[in-house]
Design a protein around this ligand. Structure first.
Ligand code: B12
Length: 450
């Protein structure tokens, strides 16, 4: 039997910022050796229209759902079976089952072996779901599946899953709940050693959910002499010992979800704890003092946001000399508390924005309270334009205390800003999927979110 893994993009386009999709490293390792494997990532190459394969396994997020369904429909018309997994089929199994033969809800570990066996016997079930969340001990990530593919030079690594916070917009919280699991430190260290790569990105939503565990990992990283980055929450800024350990173990940059400069908004999104650790400029300064670059993220569109927020936030980010910043249009993901609230308040412009032919990437999907939907999308665009102007890029990149401590950091800052600038120009305003008609049309099918 032959299985083909496919990662769709948001449309039939290539992305210069593609990272290795770790799910396929996991599935490759769980697949029996007598099964032949192949893998296409639409971020890197176009997906062939015809494939000689027995089963297609697609990983599906909400932004890539339409494209995934189009790819699936093409192959199912040719008689090839399709299985889907990931965030979107987990939250919308009914929807995904209109376009696939089988879906996996939640984690793949614990069900993939059975699924492959069933496929070999021609007895694929419609739904596979683990009753509980399996421990992460012993999971192996088979990176050989990525060999010869043009991914970024840094390698993503997973230490754990889950976050102790419950921000109302977060799809990961909706996916994992409060369940927090970690891989044994020895497994992570062995994986990094085997990869023989200098630059690592930990893809955990929050690397610092369990302080004793992260200290154990950071201690073990010191002898490896790598450089790493990750997403962290700003509560760690009070822990000086931890910050020192981050520097000793090679931390280069951290992503921090500041989300908003408005206290009421942070309270509404259930992230009021962001306010307990001092003002944001001082927090950024603490990281800069140690040579760690900062990538903040901001969200716009909560009820207390006004049109002044965009310029004020972009100016704050430039003034703070952050290496890169994200300015997102708040977008309700199915499965989140935010989605349920906006739906019950009848404020969604598109109920299934991810399939709606009128929706464009970056566009407002709901009616904000403090501005018009068009002002929300336009404001985010303006914040990006200001922040990624060449003047701002050079101002931030050549600041010796923030991003220009050495040539490596300077090169990283310039490269990152140019890639992100290019990305916004290509993605913002782009439609999801292609113009191919998606059958069945789901307008009249009730939207059931698990
Ligand atoms: C790394 C990452 C990125 C990177 C790289 C992405 C890339 N295209 O190369 C960057 C920073 C570029 C990025 C960008 C974006 N991202 Co992102 N990203 C992640 C992150 C942090 C890790 C993904 C990962 O590798 N996870 C580890 C693997 C092992 O987990 P997994 O993929 O979920 O797979 C497990 C299960 O889901 C399941 N599974 C998944 N697929 C399949 C398939 C089959 C067949 C089976 C059996 C099982 C299965 O099994 C796996 C193991 O148990 C996740 C958050 C997270 N913690 O997962 C967000 C996340 C996936 N991103 C998200 C979003 C929204 C985006 C953006 C749209 C942001 C934006 N507005 O620009 C863009 C879109 C980019 C694109 N072109 O698609 C959301 C998706 C939410 C949703 N409902 O779909 C997430 C969940 C973040 C969040 N908290 O909301 N992202």
């Amino acid at each position: 039997m032959k299985i083909t893994f496919i990662r769709p993009n948001i449309s039939d386009t290539r992305s210069p910022d593609a990272w290795r999709p770790l799910v396929f490293a996991i599935l490759a390792n769980l697949t029996p050796p007598d099964v032949e494997l192949d893998f296409f990532d639409e971020h890197l190459v176009p997906i062939p229209k015809e494939l000689d394969t027995d089963l297609i396994a697609l990983t599906v997020t909400t932004y890539t759902a339409k494209r995934a369904y189009q790819i699936a429909s093409n192959f199912r018309q040719q008689g090839i079976r399709v299985v889907m997994g990931g965030y979107h089929p987990t939250f919308l199994p009914e929807e995904a089952l209109h376009f696939s033969d089988s879906i996996v809800i939640g984690d793949a570990e614990g069900v993939w072996g059975q699924l492959v066996e069933d496929a070999q016997q021609g007895k694929l079930q419609r739904i596979y779901k683990m009753g509980n969340k399996p421990p992460l001990d012993g999971i192996k990530y088979n990176h050989s599946i990525f060999e010869g593919k043009r991914y970024k030079s840094f390698v993503p690594i997973q230490f754990g899953r889950g976050c102790r916070y419950a921000c109302d917009y977060c799809a990961s919280h909706a996916f994992y709940g409060s369940n927090i699991r970690h891989r044994p430190v020895s497994d992570v260290v062995a994986e990094i050693k085997a990869l023989n790569q200098k630059y690592i990105i930990f893809i955990d939503d929050n690397l610092f959910v369990d302080i004793p565990k992260i200290k154990e990992l950071l201690q073990a990283l010191i002898p490896l002499k790598i450089h790493w980055g990750s997403a962290v929450t700003l509560d760690i800024v009070k822990n000086k010992q931890l910050l020192d350990l981050m520097v000793q173990s090679g931390c280069l940059a951290v992503t921090i979800g500041f989300e908003s400069l408005n206290d009421q908004i942070l309270q509404q999104m259930n992230k009021g704890w962001n306010l307990k650790f001092g003002d944001f400029s001082t927090i950024i300064q603490r990281f800069h003092d140690r040579g760690i670059m900062v990538l903040p993220t901001f969200l716009f569109g909560y009820d207390h946001d006004s049109i002044d927020a965009f310029d004020a936030t972009a100016e704050f980010a430039i003034r703070s000399k952050v290496v890169q910043a994200s300015f997102f249009t708040l977008t309700p993901m199915p499965g989140t508390k935010l989605y349920s609230r906006l739906k019950s308040e009848k404020r969604l412009i598109f109920t299934r924005w991810w399939l709606d032919p009128k929706y464009r990437f970056g566009q407002a999907t709901f009616y904000p309270k403090g501005m018009k939907p068009t002002e929300l999308s336009e404001g985010c665009r303006r914040a990006r334009k200001t922040f990624y102007s060449y003047r701002s890029i050079f101002q931030r990149a050549f600041d010796p205390a923030a991003n220009c401590r050495n040539f490596r950091n300077l090169g990283f800052t310039l490269g990152l800003n140019l890639v992100v600038k290019h990305n916004f120009m290509t993605h913002i305003g782009c439609k999801l999927g292609t113009d191919e008609i998606l059958e069945p049309i789901l307008e009249n099918v009730p939207l059931e979110i698990v």
